[in-house]
Design a protein around this ligand. Structure first.
Ligand SMILES: *Cc1c(COP(=O)(O)O)cnc(C)c1O
Length: 368
């Protein structure tokens, strides 16, 4: 079976993990946590990094530190992972959705301003599958209405928007280092910000809001979202090769595109002139007129020993939110179509060129 995604390790991860064990620093108290925060923040071009236990916790922390009040709204794409909307709901806020843009599959920035109300507090653009959101219009709207921009950059380590790294544009950004992300710590996440005050609040929030001067006295609610020194050690080792990982992703994507170009009925990923796409996942979209959806294609590929994963299902189609009275009767046609017609092909860092060729040949056979 050709796996959908696999991380790439060297002896360096093992070496640094052994250092944790030998030194006894296995919790969040160890030195690799700060080192990983500093390395990753400076790579992304942001002042502060606050490491947390996963990307979902990073989003939750971002919503906590802007002090979202009950009933306040955060605008986000429908087409995303549930972590975004859940972060808002957990703080009694209301996620407000916009549709996806049909080629980059990112939120359609033309729909954002119409969704603003007096209760809007933030916009949460989600860079999708490696491609940046068109950030200038988002920043302009946020400036006009005095809103926070929280970038979900969990899928775009190293990607660029007009020469700036994704995750360095909004006031806050959130990353994940789950096993399938561009660099991994197994499970892990980070909140980045240039704002000293937001960084301090995020550090307190991830550590139960202990107060340095009066340890077991709490004035604000916090969470235990700490990252361990073990996780951070893996992160530090992974950071030594992040540029190489991004190059592998881009190289594999270019090969896919070369081999798949011209097959009728398949839409391939794009790279806007202002974007550096890191192709976290190489997604394809089946034309809805060819009478095959992503589920059937995934079955055909699986029968040929090729792993795939479906695209996200829109937030407005999730029973969990309908049961909370959210998004009832709302329609986002692009999100609905790409959820059914999209899947991603094997995109791991260990993928061989012969495997990419095998996937492309299988696709040609199935499609003709
Ligand atoms: C992976 C991912 C997350 C969640 O990260 P976890 O570490 O799995 O909690 C959030 N947002 C996006 C866009 C993701 O792809």
């Amino acid at each position: 079976m050709i796996p959908v995604n696999e991380p790439l390790f060297s002896n360096r991860e093992k070496e640094l993990l052994c250092e944790c064990i030998d030194s006894g620093y296995i919790s969040s108290e160890g030195p690799f946590v700060r080192q990983f925060e500093e390395t990753f923040a400076s790579y992304t071009g942001v002042k502060h990094g606050v490491a947390v236990c996963n990307g979902t916790a990073a989003l939750d922390t971002a919503i906590a530190v802007i002090n979202l009040k009950a009933g306040e709204e955060v605008i986000m794409p429908s087409f995303t992972i549930i972590s975004c909307a859940m972060a808002v709901v957990r703080h009694s806020g209301i996620p407000v959705l916009v549709d996806a843009e049909p080629e980059t599959w990112c939120m359609d920035v033309n729909h954002v301003e119409a969704r603003i109300t007096p209760r809007t507090r933030a916009i949460m653009p989600v860079h999708m599958y490696g491609h940046p959101v068109d950030m200038d219009p988002i920043m302009a709207i946020a400036g006009k209405y005095n809103l926070y921009v929280i970038e979900d950059a969990a899928e775009v380590h190293g990607a660029e928007y007009r020469g700036r790294k994704c995750g360095s544009i909004g006031q806050i950004s959130c990353f994940s280092f789950y096993a399938n992300k561009i660099i991994t710590t197994g499970e892990g996440g980070m909140v980045l910000t240039d704002d000293d005050n937001i960084a301090e609040r995020a550090r307190a929030y991830r550590n139960l809001c202990f107060r340095p001067e009066k340890r077991f006295y709490h004035t604000e609610p916090g969470q235990n979202y700490r990252m361990t020194n073990l996780q951070a050690a893996v992160g530090v080792a992974q950071m030594e090769r992040i540029d190489e990982f991004v190059e592998i992703k881009r190289h594999n994507a270019a090969l896919y595109t070369k081999l798949l170009l011209g097959i009728k009925g398949i839409q391939l990923p794009v790279e806007r002139p202002w974007a550096k796409n890191v192709y976290w996942m190489y997604g394809i979209l089946l034309d809805k007129n060819i009478g095959m959806d992503a589920t059937s294609l995934a079955k055909e590929l699986k029968a040929r020993d090729i792993g795939t994963r479906p695209f996200f299902l829109g937030m407005h189609e999730q029973p969990v939110f309908h049961n909370m009275g959210l998004f009832k009767g709302e329609r986002y046609p692009v999100s609905e179509e790409i959820a059914r017609q999209g899947l991603y092909l094997p995109s791991g860092l260990t993928l061989k060129e012969e495997q990419i060729e095998k996937v492309c040949n299988a696709l040609k056979e199935i499609m003709t």
